[in-house]
Design a protein around this ligand. Structure first.
Ligand code: HEM
Length: 160
């Protein structure tokens, strides 16, 4: 084993990036949901702001690195880029990505509505509750899609 083996290096980057992608998603969702259940508006404003930042710092780079390192591995190993298992991965990754893009917009709205409620001293408005419900509903399919991708990556059905 050596660091100058491009296959091992790429695979390590790919797996590290998958870990950041999944871990950040799970960690921020857990933190945001528990803070919402507590109902403390100031805490919600702070946590939603941190979650927005975490998505820029960790999730976005991992979202980009994941397909780049993945396709580099496909090329290096010589897999068929159109193998059925990989086609399923593209579809699932696209689905998770669409959910995530919407979630990012919702997080900005959640943060801003909570900040305004704190500044103006009123309760969280109905728009906040609509946004947090949609945010939570999108987390389910995105989470399941990434779990399915993990399984396909490990089992490699029909492409290795
Ligand atoms: C988006 C396009 C993606 C492509 C083209 C791709 C491609 C690949 C390839 C070619 C390998 C190497 C398999 C081998 O060594 O034989 C691999 C491994 C792996 N991928 Fe992906 N991948 C993608 C996305 C993802 C995503 C989104 C995740 C999880 C969030 C993921 C997690 C993993 C893991 C954990 C491994 C290691 C599996 C093993 O070596 O048994 N990949 N991927």
């Amino acid at each position: 084993m050596s660091f100058d083996d491009p296959y091992l290096l790429l695979k390590a980057i790919h797996i590290l990036s998958a870990t950041i992608l999944f871990g950040t998603g799970l960690g921020t969702a857990f933190h945001m949901w528990l803070t919402h259940l507590k109902g403390d508006t100031s805490a919600i404003a702070v946590v939603a702001g941190n979650v927005v930042l975490a998505d820029w710092l960790f999730t976005l780079p991992a979202v980009i690195v994941q397909p780049f390192s993945g396709f580099a591995l496909v090329y290096l190993i010589g897999y068929d880029v159109l193998a059925p298992g990989l086609l399923a991965v593209y579809g699932l990754y696209g689905l998770a990505g669409l959910c995530w893009i919407r979630v990012v917009f919702l997080q900005y709205r959640i943060r801003d509505l909570a900040r305004r409620a704190v500044a103006e001293g009123h309760a969280l408005p109905p728009a906040y509750h609509r946004a947090i419900r949609e945010w939570f509903a999108l987390g389910g399919p995105a989470f399941l899609a990434v779990l399915a991708i993990f399984w396909i990556m490990v089992a490699k059905p029909g492409w290795a």
